[in-house]
Design a protein around this ligand. Structure first.
Ligand SMILES: Cc1cc2nc3c(=O)[nH]c(=O)nc-3n(C[C@H](O)[C@H](O)[C@H](O)COP(=O)(O)OP(=O)(O)OC[C@H]3O[C@@H](n4cnc5c(N)ncnc54)[C@H](O)[C@@H]3O)c2cc1C
Length: 404
């Protein structure tokens, strides 16, 4: 039996290795890029956050988030670590549950997978972009680069649209669409959010521990505390990625309320500022020692107190305004950055058309899908790769079984 897999990313390589556990199966792994795991290599800022020990029900989203559960249950984070360890990959788990390769290099994960693909019953074809799939009476004809291959079972592991420079594309949605599968609306997730706030112009590269509240029409939509990164265009960093899903979608006014001193109360900050008012501190040093210098200056300017020479000239109302800007600055949000810069695609091929216990299509027998192409996306922190491993393994094991 021949099992063809389209896409040698995280889920496709896992599916290939799982299907090849049956020695009677010949696996053909097709990848349009010149090497395997291109996106995987860029994950986690080059460190690859390959799993999260807390992966569970609440970690996944989509029109039917429960679809992810059987696969995560059958092959969860602990199984993933054991599986990688068995292949020779050492890992380290942080207190947060995030798992990284011990080497701290995403390359190690790609290399271990690449080395294990070198099996007698796996053929890897690089630079092979699948353009057309035809369902035959028995099996499929898969065409790309002027060549047509035949297989008995087919797994679509083409990934999502996010991160196009690393291989994200519409390909998987289109190939599955031609076979009758529908997709939900695709949106960028784990992504930076743009803001027209003029303070950003001088804050590029500033990082701060921040409590970020996203408000829709003034009501709390989502919030989180963690590292905020300010860019020329907007707000970014882990704390924003965590809560970026579906922000700025749907009519309404979207704002972010930023608390740049989440570990201190307003009263504590006011007390500190009152003390500084008794000193000879120049105004540009008003927040020195409390916040990143550039951030302190921009917030003072936003509070409208930069015109004065000395902190002692501040009025009570001005001091309160500075405190408000540090503890609850509200900025308008316009839209998420494009799909190119997103880490993951929210939305995808409708999961109701697949069996969650096998990843087989309910429309076309012998056709499977796994990974990001499906309408499942995870939170920030290793959950998306865990979905790729779990769903890839389920698809590979079932496609690799002979039909009774
Ligand atoms: C910058 C960045 C950082 C990230 N960091 C993390 C992280 O630290 N932890 C985490 O959990 N998730 C992270 N993610 C998300 C994670 O990488 C993806 O969710 C995961 O790689 C999806 O796996 P996949 O197998 O579905 O798709 P991919 O890994 O994207 O693989 C799909 C493969 O299919 C190939 N392909 C597509 N169409 C065709 C075709 N027609 N013919 C042949 N080949 C085709 C592509 O070239 C690609 O190699 C990150 C994403 C990005 C962009």
């Amino acid at each position: 039996m021949i099992v063809a897999i389209i896409g040698a990313g995280a889920s496709g390589m896992m599916a290939a290795l799982a299907a090849a556990e049956n020695p009677d199966v010949q696996v053909v792994l097709l990848e349009r890029q010149a090497r395997v795991g291109r996106k995987l290599q860029a994950t986690g800022n080059g460190r690859c956050n390959l799993s999260n020990l807390h992966a569970g029900k609440e970690s996944y989203h989509g029109e039917n988030p429960n679809f992810a559960q059987p696969a995560i249950h059958a092959f969860g984070p602990e199984d993933t670590l054991a599986w990688f360890r068995n292949m020779g990959l050492y890992t380290v788990t942080e207190d947060s549950g995030k798992v990284y390769p011990y080497s701290d290099q995403a390359n190690s994960v790609v290399d271990i997978l690449r080395l294990h693909l070198n099996k007698p019953n796996i053929t890897l074809k690089l630079g092979f972009e699948v353009e057309k799939i035809q369902k035959k009476e028995a099996g499929f004809a898969v065409t790309g680069q002027g060549e047509t291959l035949f297989c008995d079972k087919l797994i679509i592991a083409c990934g999502g649209l996010a991160g196009s420079k690393l291989g994200g594309s519409m390909s998987g949605y289109k190939l599955l669409g031609k076979l009758g599968h529908k997709s939900s609306r695709l949106r960028p997730s784990l992504v930076q959010i743009k803001s027209p706030w003029d303070g950003l112009a001088s804050l590029k590269g500033v990082r701060a521990n921040c409590h970020v509240e996203i408000l829709k029409n003034g009501k709390l939509f989502r919030d989180s505390v963690g590292e905020l990164q300010l860019t020329e265009q907007g707000i970014s960093g882990p704390v924003v990625f965590e809560i970026s899903r579906d922000v700025c979608y749907g009519a309404g006014e979207w704002t972010a309320k930023l608390d740049f001193l989440p570990d201190f109360t307003e009263e504590q900050l006011m007390e500190e500022l009152e003390n500084r008012r008794k000193s000879n501190l120049p105004m540009e040093e008003l927040l020195t020692g409390i916040l990143h210098n550039r951030l302190g200056r921009v917030l003072s300017k936003t509070a409208g107190v930069r015109g004065k020479n000395f902190v002692r000239a501040l009025s009570n109302a001005e001091t309160e305004e500075v405190c408000r800007c540090v503890k609850s600055l509200e900025i308008v949000l316009s839209e998420p950055l494009s799909m190119d810069s997103a880490q993951v695609t929210a939305g995808g091929v409708l999961t109701e058309q697949f069996d969650p216990n096998t990843m087989e299509s309910r429309l076309v027998s012998g056709l499977y899908a796994c990974g990001e192409v499906l309408d499942i996306d995870g939170d920030c922190g290793g959950y998306n790769l865990q979905w790729a491993w779990s769903s890839g393994r389920m698809a590979g094991l079932h496609a690799g079984k002979e039909n009774p």
